[in-house]
Design a protein around this ligand. Structure first.
Ligand SMILES: Nc1ncnc2c1ncn2[C@@H]1O[C@H](COP(=O)(O)OP(=O)(O)OP(=O)(O)O)[C@@H](O)[C@H]1O
Ligand SMILES: CC(=O)N[C@H]1[C@@H]2OC[C@@H](O2)[C@@H](O)[C@@H]1O[C@H](C)C(=O)O
Length: 368
């Protein structure tokens, strides 16, 4: 039976996210009742070693087999370490690592075993957030939108705003703050915009041995090849009506479009492609936002941010502009979603994932 504390009032929850950039595990603690939340200053980052990153990379796009088992082991150990400083929390939200994502095909695979984590650290744990949504016809992603809605309410926006996450993949949530609840019709629209940092990182690693284009330094020295950019924008994904989602490597062939270019020109072009995918995505919003708040690691890339600022018709600012922590937002989101799961509240809707009906996706495992 659910402990009384989990069913009512605010609780202290730690959420963890291991994103498509494969750089490490973020953990963040919030206080929440599943509707409103308070951020805390408690968070941690547990980076993956280069050996661990290799193991994870080798398993991307796979569903079963030795590589997947090895990746699952890395994820489990890293999360055990990462969560172990937060065992005073009432609940954990454990996203795990997406290895493969094919919502209209084989489904979605996040490795990480929430039951084993709950047993090992004696904290009830919500995990497997995406599969219930997919079973009900949804994309299984993005899932942060219900948390973005809570953020918009918290900062008391009067007009529609967009939260843009620039991780390995980009995703946006358009929020109508006039609605009181995320589950109301017209409150949200969300979808993955396209590739964000993943192709830049993959190209940088292959060509320079560096894991990413720090501060956009390489892109800054290059010139955007408009022919390649135009070809990229012809991808049918961009005209597909949202909700829609992507696997990390769905756009990996775009690197082929820049393979003949110098490294700076190639990185500048890949950066412009990520920005252009966001700009295209804005056309799908029900009405133009008054502001775009940027979260995720891409907001640290000044070239990407400048490209967005020049092309979008509204102010673009890192999410810190409204007092939130853009490095921890996804980890906080999974703490928030975990709470909604134990409270029987929905975590996705037809407008955020295309699911047939409101669904509370996630499995609760309690330690024995
Ligand atoms: N100073 C910087 N300059 C340029 N790029 C940066 C900088 N800092 C971070 N990044 C980019 O941000 C990435 C990390 O972003 P983030 O942590 O949001 O990804 P993620 O959470 O793994 O992805 P996703 O949201 O797709 O799951 C890095 O891999 C890098 O590409
Ligand atoms: C299948 C999957 O893990 N998707 C991730 C990925 O990373 C960004 C984007 O693609 C988003 O759809 C999602 O993550 C965020 C946290 C989400 O679910 O909202």
């Amino acid at each position: 039976m659910l402990k009384a504390k989990l069913s009512k009032g605010p609780i202290r929850v730690a959420g963890a996210m291991s994103g498509t950039s494969l750089d490490g595990v973020d953990v963040a603690v919030i206080e929440t009742d599943g509707v409103t939340f308070e951020a805390t200053d408690r968070h941690a980052f547990r980076p993956y070693s280069s050996r661990e990153q290799e193991v994870l990379r080798a398993a991307l796009g796979k569903w079963t087999g030795d590589e997947v088992d090895a990746a699952a082991k890395v994820i489990q150990e890293a999360h055990l370490e990462a969560f172990s400083a937060f065992t005073d929390c009432d609940l954990f939200g454990f996203h795990g690592q997406t290895l493969s994502h094919e919502p209209r095909g084989r489904g979605t695979l996040q490795v990480g075993d929430g039951l084993a984590l709950a047993e090992a650290l004696s904290v009830p744990t919500v995990w497997d957030f995406r599969s219930a949504d997919i079973k009900l016809g949804g994309e299984g992603a993005p899932l942060a939108p219900f948390f973005h809605f809570a953020c918009a309410r918290k900062i008391e926006c009067d007009h529609p705003v967009v939260f843009l996450n620039l991780g390995g993949v980009g995703n946006i949530t358009w929020v109508n703050p006039q609605c009181e609840f995320a589950e109301e019709e017209g409150a949200l629209l969300a979808f993955d915009t396209g590739p964000a940092n993943a192709p830049i990182n993959d190209f940088m690693l292959a060509q320079t041995g560096q894991p990413f284009d720090k501060d956009g330094a390489k892109a800054r020295k290059g010139t955007v090849e408009t022919g390649a950019l135009e070809l990229f924008l012809q991808e049918v994904y961009f005209t597909r009506v949202p909700p829609k989602s992507l696997d990390r490597n769905d756009f990996s062939e775009m690197i082929g479009l820049v393979s003949e270019l110098s490294t700076p020109d190639a990185v500048a072009t890949l950066t412009a492609m990520s920005a252009a995918a966001v700009v295209q995505g804005m056309d799908h919003c029900p009405e133009p936002p008054s502001q775009v708040f940027v979260t995720g690691g891409g907001r640290h890339n000044p070239v990407l941010m400048e490209m967005l600022t020049v092309s979008l018709d509204c102010p673009v600012a890192p999410i810190e502009a409204c007092g939130l922590n853009g490095d921890m937002l996804e980890a906080q989101a999974f703490a928030y979603l975990a709470t909604r799961v134990v409270r029987g509240l929905p975590t996705s809707s037809p407008a955020t994932t295309g699911v047939m009906a409101l669904v509370g996706g996630g499995t609760l495992s309690e330690p024995t």
